[in-house]
Write a protein that binds this ligand. Structure first.
Ligand SMILES: [Zn+2]
Length: 437
């Protein structure tokens, strides 16, 4: 046997280390698949190598061998071809990757790969996990109408154009943790059996989650994580379906957001910055808004059961302090007021003031506490015209009656008229407050 030079490519694998050891390409240290292209794209060397790489690709594929770990290729195009398993970990593809319509019987690995063109896996059937974690894609990433994927791991991926998962079917979780999407992100009508993992995902374009269904298999789900997600474009979440608790903690909606038909499962927006975000016809009874910054938001078409927020329930279980609950009521009340929904805002104002009263009670500030009680039971904190009108009317009748029966009693006149003037002032205050809105 001749002492043949063998390809130096090796890397530490996930399951096993990979060593190429194939015959090297013309005086280089690497084989035809692992050798890099010459700089000059128009050179004869480039074209020659390109032809050889393509030949090798087809040769391997014909044997059913789709292991292209670390390969440097111009492009991969296996349109509608059955494949056992596909490994392009750490590969560098100068053009497009196209497996559209293919059936893949095992896993697909593109972890840490660099792809300069588009990636197309639309209409594929993949009976395994898909790993694109830490990959970098200059073009679009398309998995629309793909089926049977188990785990879809796209953690820390960078995609320069659109990401399309419309109508995709994923059995286990979908992971875009720490991903950076510079185009649009689309998950319209997608069905995900497991959890949504979008912690810290950054989406520069518009985001579409319309009618996406998560947790179809609730046994494998604990928590959907959209915490710290940054949405720079318009974002759409109408009729998304979740079956376990879902966090949007510290998320940022920087342009606009739409939520519609939120169901009974709890969503948490704790510490989120919501700009131009509307909650249309949602049941917000289990939605947490602690420390949220509402900026031009819409909440008025949604409802809270008995106007009670989950923070208040946490307070009753001694899990949250009165001040935080009062503050959360204030944030919701101010948002409702900004919308002009004064009736609803008024109801939240009463709740807010009651929580303030609790704060005074806890801090033993009794004078403020007594004042708040008078305002509460006298006027419903200025929200209840009925109370004060009733008090005003009754005291007026008593006063007139007393003056009539004791016309020369100066004490009755002095005390009665001063009390009456206080009630009149309160009545006018509440009345003016109501109609000036
Ligand atoms: Zn090699």
């Amino acid at each position: 046997m001749m002492n043949m030079k063998s390809c130096k490519y090796n890397c530490v694998g996930i399951e096993r280390d990979f060593e190429c050891g194939k015959e090297v390409w013309l005086g280089s240290d690497y084989c035809v698949l692992h050798v890099d292209f010459p700089r000059n794209k128009d050179s004869i060397e480039y074209k020659e190598l390109s032809v050889e790489k393509e030949k090798k690709l087809k040769e391997k594929a014909a044997k059913g061998d789709f292991n292209f770990e670390g390969a440097i290729l111009e492009g991969i195009d296996f349109y509608q071809q059955p494949i056992l398993m596909l490994n392009c970990r750490k590969a560098h593809i100068h053009g497009d990757v196209n497996f559209g319509g293919s059936v893949i019987y095992g896993e697909v690995r593109f972890s840490q790969s660099k792809i300069c063109g588009h990636v197309n896996f639309s209409w594929t059937t993949i009976n395994g996990d898909v790993y694109f974690n830490n990959a970098e894609i200059d073009g679009e990433l398309n998995f629309s109408y793909s089926k049977k994927i188990k785990i879809a791991d796209f953690g820390h991926i960078i995609v320069k154009k659109n990401v399309d998962f419309n109508h995709a079917e994923i059995g286990n979780y979908i992971n875009f943790i720490g991903a950076n999407i510079e185009g649009k992100f689309m998950l319209i009508d997608a069905r995900v059996g497991g959890e949504a993992k979008f912690d810290g995902t950054k989406i520069l374009g518009d985001a579409y989650f319309n009618r996406a269904k998560f947790n179809l298999n609730p046994d494998i789900c604990i928590y959907n994580n959209f915490n710290r997600i940054k949405l720079f474009g318009d974002s759409y979440f109408p009729d998304i379906e979740v079956k376990v608790e879902t966090g949007f903690v510290d998320s940022s909606f920087k342009s606009s957001g739409i939520f519609e038909g939120i169901n009974k499962y709890g969503l948490s927006f704790e510490g989120a910055r919501l700009k131009n975000t509307c909650f249309r016809n949602c049941d917000l009874s289990n939605v947490k808004f602690q420390n949220v910054i509402f900026e031009n938001c819409e909440l008025s078409t949604s409802k809270w059961e008995n106007n009670i927020i989950p923070e208040y329930r946490a307070y009753l279980k001694a899990r949250l302090d009165a001040r935080t609950v009062a503050d959360t009521y204030r944030r919701i009340r101010q948002s409702l007021q900004q919308e002009g929904a004064y009736d609803k805002a008024g109801k939240f104002y009463v709740k807010e003031m009651n929580m303030n009263k609790e704060v005074y009670r806890e801090e033993e500030k009794w004078i403020s506490w007594i004042l708040y009680n008078i305002l509460h039971y006298g006027t419903g904190y200025g929200e209840n015209l009925g109370y004060i009108f009733f008090i005003f009317l009754v005291s007026w009748i008593i006063y007139i009656a007393s003056v009539f029966s004791n016309p020369n009693n100066n004490l009755i006149i002095a005390v009665g008229s001063s009390l009456l003037s206080i009630f009149t002032a309160l009545f006018v205050y509440v009345f003016a407050r109501k109609i000036s809105r």
